[in-house]
Ligand binder design. Structure first.
Ligand SMILES: Cc1cc2nc3c(=O)[nH]c(=O)nc-3n(C[C@H](O)[C@H](O)[C@H](O)COP(=O)(O)OP(=O)(O)OC[C@H]3O[C@@H](n4cnc5c(N)ncnc54)[C@H](O)[C@@H]3O)c2cc1C
Length: 338
């Protein structure tokens, strides 16, 4: 394993933002990860774990420590009764992994098609889309516990999954995801509850590839092309509230939609709707940063935008929402300090 110095981080993120890492290592195996952590301990360097860089905003000045890019690959299929356990290395590209499960006619991840990043990043974030969340199919995660310096298996019940939340986010740096196992069904298990999907498939029982195709098409209309523009997708978390709070907000903002979430009994208020319909901010631009014209929750940065500019834009939006609605909104994106 090679520890490099002064590696520019911008190309490793979908925002295309980030100065150089003091040290940078790409690890493809667990022993290499141990070596990288030993190096960090010996040099007293802080560690930042990086997957596909699609949910992170890195500082313009770079990272004054060791960035470890997780590139552990491999996919293994284990048959059990009428389900299949698909175990994936944390460095596998999430969408390529989903595509493989679909090719193998396994149900469970199709609604999560098209999300950028790695399997490890997806677990940390408990990704969700179109009425599905990763935590619905995950069974266990193998991690490196950086405090005890051992690998261990964490069952889903101990992952503390919530809306875009997990133990891996709650205890940053404590656990590094190495492998994740998903229990998938060989029998059809359609989840077409989400409006965009139920509208498309009103009369048919679509096959897996059709659902994936539909999800990818819908996503193409809602997100910018990350090969052209900088973004980390939804920049802010949607609001998760209880029933009483949801009712109050609906009275205040008639027409506001509410959604149930797969992770809990709470209710999701789409912040994008508030930004769009209450604050009329869809497409709002300040300097080089804007709220995407087709989905107001998505922050988009022009080429060569600085991290500071994106953060200033974030404060600007947070203030606008607070002034109008008295609601504090939080970033979903991991904002790294130097
Ligand atoms: C266009 C676009 C659309 C998106 N759509 C969605 C969507 O529909 N739903 C959704 O939920 N998200 C969405 N996202 C956000 C993002 O793609 C996901 O959160 C993704 O899972 C992040 O994975 P990553 O590998 O890129 O993580 P990174 O951005 O590299 O890292 C994110 C965080 O996870 C940690 N991390 C990464 N790998 C590991 C690991 N192996 N072990 C422990 N911690 C780790 C990092 O330290 C960091 O804190 C979108 C992003 C973009 C750019």
């Amino acid at each position: 394993m090679n520890i490099q110095e002064g590696v520019a981080l911008a190309p490793f993120t979908t925002f295309h933002i980030g100065g150089p890492a003091k040290y940078f290592a790409e690890v493809t195996t667990v022993p290499e990860l141990y070596q990288a952590l030993d190096f960090a301990r010996d040099t007293q360097a802080r560690v930042l774990v990086l997957g596909g860089g699609s949910n992170i905003l890195l500082p313009d000045q770079g990272f004054d420590g060791l960035v470890i890019k997780i590139a552990i690959d491999g996919i293994e299929r284990v048959e059990e009764d009428d389900t299949t356990l698909m175990v994936s290395g944390a460095g596998e590209d999430w969408d390529a992994y989903v595509a493989q499960t679909i090719e193998q006619n396994l149900w469970g991840l199709e609604n999560l098609s098209g999300i950028p990043g790695t399997v490890g990043g997806a677990v940390a974030q408990n990704i969700g889309a179109y009425g599905a969340a990763l935590s619905q199919t995950l069974e266990w995660v193998e991690v490196l516990d950086t405090h005890e310096q051992i690998t261990k298996t964490i069952q889903i019940s101990d992952c503390k999954f919530g809306y875009r939340d997990s133990i891996f986010k709650q205890l940053p740096g404590h656990y590094i995801v190495l492998y994740a196992a998903f229990r998938l069904s060989r029998m059809p298990k359609r989840n077409l509850s989400y409006k965009d999907l139920s509208e498309r498939f009103q009369t048919s029982d679509p096959a897996l590839p059709e659902i994936r195709k539909a999800v990818l098409e819908i996503r193409r209309l809602k997100f910018p092309d990350i090969s052209i523009e900088g973004t980390a997708g939804s920049f802010f978390k949607n609001l998760i509230v209880n029933e009483v709070e949801a009712k109050k907000l609906q009275e205040k903002y008639p027409g506001m939609p509410v959604f149930s979430i797969p992770e809990s009994l709470e209710i999701k208020i789409p912040l994008g709707w508030i930004l769009d319909h209450v604050l009329k901010l869809r497409g709002y631009k300040n300097g080089n940063v804007r709220l995407f014209e087709k989905q107001a929750l998505v922050v988009v940065a022009d080429k060569n935008t600085s991290s500071q500019e994106v953060q200033d834009f974030m404060y600007d939006i947070q203030k606008k929402v607070f002034d109008e609605c008295a609601i504090n909104i939080e970033p979903e994106v991991h904002i790294v300090v130097r």
